[in-house]
Write a protein that binds this ligand. Structure first.
Ligand code: CP
Length: 306
């Protein structure tokens, strides 16, 4: 069996193009499994996995839990609220106490960039980053790229625009790394105030006009405006943001070719995307969610066997 080049999944930055293709091929097999009447395999029967979520999540948390259960792993779920963190326990102490219960792998979402890497250097367990602040969200990028591959075929030469609040988005950075390693071209599009200063240094195109991005791309990945990470006003009002950067059916149809529409969720309907677009045949938003389970099964399986 082929193996990943890494012991942890901390970010797409650490994966090789071969790792990404291996994850896709493994996810192809697991996608077939989860569409069978019996959706469970015994692959991780002897593995115990703890899901540590220090930040809210719907999709990622449930998707990891389901992936672990489909692989027959034993699963522990930890949420920061209601835990002893409020009594002053550190992240390392929390993790080591959980690991003392004979846990093999930790899936962690944390508000601080670098938290997953920090943990990986200090505890004896395989660490999977389920989103660390504004830094990376590797499994989201893998499921996004896998979903494009499913809809359009090989990613080589495909043009993907990532649109919206780039500055606060871990999905944007992981998407850039993942899509480039899979051979796609990437454009980042959003208001100047929500674009990182040195965005071009990532080897991407940059646009401040949604219409220009739509004219260029095969796929548009619409990002959520992350109000909770904004310490000041980055645009005059939500209404004006929606007018400039919100994707409507009129803007989509004005583009000269059909575009595949994605969104990592949760959606602010009527802000970055209208319901008409989100629920249309252009959208693969729920396919992304479905593929998330297969991708996470692949990552867990491969890391458990590295
Ligand atoms: N896409 C994503 O990470 O969604 P959640 O925050 O609900 O996990």
């Amino acid at each position: 069996m082929s193996q990943l080049s890494t012991d942890h999944l901390l970010g797409i930055k650490d994966l090789t193009p071969e790792d990404i293709q291996l994850i896709f091929k493994t996810a192809d097999q697991f996608k077939e499994v989860i569409n069978r009447p019996i959706k469970k395999v015994p692959s991780l029967r002897d593995i115990t996995i703890a899901n540590l979520f220090f930040e809210n999540s719907t999709r990622t948390k449930l998707s990891f839990e389901l992936a672990e259960k489909r692989l027959s792993a034993d699963v522990l779920n930890f949420s920061a609220s209601g835990s002893s963190l409020s009594k002053g326990e550190t992240l390392i102490d929390t993790a080591n106490n959980i690991l003392a219960m004979k846990v093999d792998m930790i899936v962690m979402r944390h508000p601080n960039p670098g938290a997953a890497e920090f943990l990986s250097r200090r505890v004896k367990a395989t660490i999977i980053n389920a989103g660390d602040g504004t830094h990376e969200h590797p499994t989201q990028a893998l499921l996004d790229a896998f979903s494009i591959r499913e809809r359009l075929g090989d990613l080589s030469g495909k043009k993907v625009a990532v649109v919206g609040d780039i500055l606060h988005s871990r999905v944007a950075l992981s998407n850039v790394f993942c899509l480039q390693k899979a051979g796609a071209e990437v454009m980042l599009c959003g208001p100047r105030t929500l674009m990182p200063l040195h965005a071009e240094s990532l080897g991407v195109k940059v646009s401040y006009r949604l219409e220009e991005a739509l004219e260029w791309c095969d796929v548009a990945n619409m990002l959520r405006v992350q109000k909770e990470r904004m310490d000041k006003g980055y645009f005059p009002s939500i209404r004006e943001y929606a007018m400039q950067y919100g994707l409507t059916m009129k803007k989509l149809k004005a583009a000269s070719r059909d575009i595949v529409i994605m969104h990592p969720g949760p959606i602010n309907r009527g802000v970055e995307i209208t319901s008409e677009v989100a629920d249309s045949d252009y959208s693969i938003i729920l396919n992304q969610v479905e593929n998330g389970v297969a991708i996470r099964m692949a990552v867990l399986y491969l890391l458990a066997n590295t």
